[in-house]
Design a protein around this ligand. Structure first.
Ligand SMILES: Nc1ncnc2c1ncn2[C@@H]1O[C@H](COP(=O)(O)OP(=O)(O)OP(=O)(O)O)[C@@H](O)[C@H]1O
Ligand SMILES: [Mg+2]
Length: 917
């Protein structure tokens, strides 16, 4: 049988063009342009929402057979919506029949090949149906990776699968007609070795016009991609005058064909809210019909409930629906809640859709992120959208901004903050319609280069993503708000007067009743105003989707060497003078540093002493004098190159813990975190010594290699047992779900740093129970820092800056005295502070407790007749944790059982979908 020419050849060899763009597209575009021109003459009245969606539905799905609506143009030129009792389905059948006119056949039938022709002969009366589908090669894998979009044509018992360029890529016959008849969204089918999943129904009209083949371009895009735009323009005029006279009927027909890109009524569909009248008045001057904006089911089907809410929130913000004339948002969800996915859903939706006449809201989006996350963003785009739907451009050494400008393929650019500064001129020249700043709390300082650079971009729609609390410093808070919604809080000076000063004053101990009241009111007002465009959800929201997390705070006994050195340091002249208030040049910070080093391992202190003594030009007398006499405490043959685990309490525990994990959970892996490169070196040496395979990411790891290191570790074939991580370098954003154990070897002043690190493993995608171990040296400065951390967390939401390091913390003499005290006799100072009377011997609930449901035997306050304890909340929360001394006879936890010898005390908490303690 002689085959007819391919459609591309019928149309004059346009097949040589990269994509098959049928003429229907141009007509539509032209018509829309005309509609705009005619705006003066004909005002399109907004179609009643209910009626409109019913009408749209009937158009798309041929439903509502007896209650359809038609529109007529009144003599006034306004469109009137009236009910009409005729069956659209019948009508569309007629239309579909007429699709097989010679013209339509000439376009499509020849490429359908023998299968279709046979089918047509066998089943002459059968109707063709069309579906948008995704496909992949048939496999038994549970989680399929779809390889592309396609169009499925069914007729009778046969099907044909076409790719987005109109080419046949599969066909089949002998299906049950009933099965094909009832084919619908979400259903799967095998077609010639390919598995397909139906994403939606394509109307006969969309198929015949070829619109359904325009991959990635909305059915009614009026802002096509750069490629299509440039190709389209010259063809507008002829089509306009020749093919479609600009009659009212045509305009009406065109307006009737506006329809959502995805089915708004499908189960699990996520439909964006419609704008109100004033928004329409502002942004829909042309009076285009409103069309449902529906998140691609490919993404929507995977969203958690909080993510759906988050996407609606972001949508409303960037569309200016929450605060008139403002388009910014701050998504401050805690770590791991999927801020990335929420943004991807938003970007993808807005790049393809728009509520007014389907016109996409965005043409280009810019995502700025820390260097270590650039590749992660790209991966997440691929994870949720596949590589067919969207191409994102990541800027790096080999891919410069110019390439993005020159290529029509990309609508999303991902760039690191550093690279953005370097390429600012080029970036400024590109028109972006949405700017997303990941880990955007770095913009809290309005005078730093990054903030000024980003502010200089003309883009109005700005989103800050951050997992770190942002309301703790009112000035920084202002800077973030000012970035996303400039001017909303007035000038800085008026903000200070109206909000900052009264709020800060009200929190001072000496504040009067009136001042307190005023401060509270202002704070409430500020929260109310900014709450419109700030969203923060806590991790609890996702706990139910995560595996259980078992968190242990392990108090490790210091070794004799550590104790001796510690005492010696505390008795030094420098520390004594600090305690007398002599703090010029911050000698106390050096002392704190030395104590922290000692807690990690005495050899770190030894190294510092040696370096100081080798430094003849050292003018830091304080540091030298701090170390005076210390060297004598070390054994004579001590060197900094060879160190022993027996010299450090924490290292002893670590070694036993690693051995236990390796032995008991051999297939599971560990993330080992420290804030210091030197400590990581020690941990690395320890790994080597015990033959544990490891990988490492710290501040020195080139940004270009980071994602690869992470990916390799997360892969189930990873050879590494341990991931050595510097929390400062890689704390934010990384996914390390390849590990289910995480050990924090040391502690940071900033609880956010530690929480960030812990969230690397206990996050979406984690399959195993997660074990978090925090190692603290008993009675030492580490315990004090921990206590400070938890009382600071209590205050989050108040005016506390969690991001400060020790350099920025102001210590009172009293606090320093506390910091520079060693509690040799205590098994756990933190427990002592809780005034608990359990003596560390119990880990079960106290039956005599007044509130048995929440209290334990040593519930803070209750055992002491103080039901309204003034102790900070998280201290009391800590009381609800199981706690016991290391001497406990039998520990149910097999890992802790192995390490208890060197452990003086343990707090433990289990978070699981069903229980919280
Ligand atoms: N609905 C979901 N289903 C399955 N996995 C999800 C879902 N949402 C997010 N994830 C996965 O959870 C992980 C964490 O998401 P993401 O990195 O976006 O978190 P985040 O909110 O940006 O956290 P951080 O503040 O730490 O950067 C990612 O691997 C992501 O793919
Ligand atoms: Mg993130």
């Amino acid at each position: 049988m002689r085959r007819s020419a391919a459609p591309s050849q019928v149309l004059g060899n346009v097949a040589k063009k990269p994509r098959f763009i049928p003429p229907g597209k141009s007509i539509t575009v032209c018509l829309k342009n005309e509609m705009k021109e005619m705006d003066q003459e004909i005002k399109l009245k907004e179609i009643d929402e209910k009626e409109e969606s019913a009408s749209l539905l009937s158009e798309i799905y041929g439903q509502n057979q007896n209650a359809n609506f038609t529109q007529s143009v009144e003599s006034t030129g306004k469109i009137k919506t009236t009910k009409a009792c005729f069956s659209v389905k019948k009508c569309s059948k007629v239309e579909m029949k007429t699709l097989n006119t010679p013209k339509a056949d000439a376009l499509y039938l020849p490429t359908l090949g023998a299968a279709k022709e046979e089918a047509a002969q066998e089943e002459p009366d059968c109707l063709e149906k069309y579906f948008s589908v995704v496909w992949c090669k048939a496999s038994k894998k549970k989680h399929k990776k779809w390889e592309g979009d396609a169009v499925l044509i069914t007729k009778g018992k046969s099907v044909i699968l076409k790719d987005m360029e109109g080419k046949d890529i599969g066909r089949g016959t002998g299906y049950k007609s009933k099965e094909l008849d009832s084919l619908g969204e979400g259903q799967t089918l095998m077609v010639g070795g390919k598995e397909i999943e139906v994403m939606g129904v394509i109307s006969a009209d969309d198929f015949s016009s070829g619109r359904c083949f325009q991959a990635g371009i909305g059915t009614h895009d009026t802002v096509p991609t750069a490629f299509s735009q440039t190709n389209m323009k010259p063809f507008c005029k002829p089509f306009k005058s020749v093919s479609q006279p600009n009659t009212k009927e045509n305009i009406l027909k065109d307006s009737q064909s506006y329809k959502p890109r995805h089915d708004p009524n499908a189960s699990n569909s996520l439909v964006m809210p419609k704008p109100n009248a004033s928004h329409q008045w502002m942004f829909n001057k042309a009076g285009l019909p409103m069309v449902d904006v529906v998140v691609d089911p490919h993404i929507a089907n995977n969203l958690r409930p909080h993510q759906k809410e988050g996407i609606i929130f972001l949508y409303e913000c960037v569309m200016g629906m929450r605060v008139s004339g403002r388009f910014g948002a701050i998504l401050a969800d805690e770590m791991g809640l999927g801020k990335t996915l929420q943004c991807i859903a938003l970007v993808w939706t807005l790049l393809r859709q728009g509520v007014y006449g389907c016109k996409p809201v965005l043409k280009r989006a810019l995502i700025v992120t820390p260097g270590s996350l650039v590749k992660n963003w790209k991966k997440e785009f691929q994870k949720w959208l596949g590589s067919e739907r969207i191409k994102v451009f990541t800027v790096d050494q080999d891919h410069k901004v110019e390439e993005f400008i020159g290529s029509p393929l990309y609508s999303v650019m991902i760039i690191s903050y550093e690279m953005l500064l370097r390429s600012l001129d080029q970036i400024q020249a590109i028109e972006f319609n949405l700017l997303i700043c990941d880990e955007g709390h770095r913009l809290k300082n309005s005078s730093i280069k990054t903030t000024t650079a980003l502010t200089s971009l003309s883009c109005e729609r700005r989103i800050i993503l951050t997992g770190t609390p942002i309301q703790n410093d009112l000035q920084e808070f202002y800077a973030l708000i000012e970035f996303v919604n400039p001017g909303i809080l007035g000038s800085l000076s008026s903000y200070r007067k109206i909000y900052e000063e009264p709020i800060v004053r009200s929190r001072e101990p000496s504040a009067t009743k009136e001042e307190k009241e005023l401060g509270e009111k202002r704070a409430a007002e500020l929260t109310c105003l900014t709450g419109l465009f700030i969203l923060r959800r806590t991790q609890e929201i996702i706990n139910k989707f995560l595996p259980p997390k078992k968190e242990s705070i392990i108090f490790c006994r210091p070794t004799a060497l550590q104790l001796e050195l510690y005492q010696k340091l505390l008795s030094s002249r420098v520390i004594r003078s600090c305690l007398q208030g002599r703090l010029e040049n911050s000698p106390h910070l050096i002392c704190i540093g030395a104590l922290k080093k000692l807690c990690n391992h005495p050899c770190l202190l030894f190294k510092a002493i040696k370096e100081k003594s080798c430094d003849p030009v050292s003018d830091e007398h304080d540091e030298s004098s701090l170390y005076k006499g210390l060297i004598d405490v070390f054994p004579q043959d001590y060197t900094s190159d060879t160190f022993s685990e027996t010299d450090s309490g924490k290292l002893q525990v670590l070694v036993k813990l690693l051995a236990a994990i390796h032995e008991l959970n051999s297939s599971e892996r560990v993330v080992l975190v420290s804030n210091y490169t030197q400590t990581l070196n020690i941990l690395q040496e320890t790994c080597k010594h015990y033959g544990y395979s490891y990988t490492r990411l710290d501040g020195h790891t080139p940004v270009s290699q980071r994602q690869q290191i992470v990916d390799t570790f997360n892969s189930k074939f990873s050879p590494a047992f341990i991931f050595l991580l510097s929390s400062k370098a890689g704390g934010v954003g990384l996914n390390l779900i390849g590990a289910s154990h995480l050990i924090l070897y040391d502690i940071d002043w900033n609880p956010a740093t530690d929480i960030q690190a812990m969230a690397r493993v206990w996050r979406d995608g984690q399959k195993h129970t997660v074990y978090i171990y925090r190692l603290l040296t008993t009675g030492s400065i580490e315990e004090k820092i921990y206590q400070r951390q938890i009382s600071k967390q209590d205050l989050s939401g108040a005016v506390v800056d969690l991001s400060k390091t020790s350099e920025h913390i102001h210590f009172s003499i009293e606090e320093l005295r506390n910091l520079f005290t060693l509690h040799e006799d205590s098994t756990c100072v933190t427990h002592d502070l809780l005034e608990c009377n359990c003596m560390g011997k119990k880990d079960h609930q106290n039956p005599s407790s007044e509130k048995p449901s929440v209290s334990r035997s040593c519930q803070l306050g209750q055992n002491h007749g103080k039901p309204h304890s003034k102790k900070p909340l998280s201290m009391s929360q800590l009381m609800q944790w199981k706690h016991f001394s290391g001497q406990h006879q039998t520990l149910t936890d097999p890992f802790l059982e192995r390490i208890k010898e060197n452990v003086s005390f343990i707090f433990q908490n289990v978070t699981s979908p069903t229980s919280t303690s």
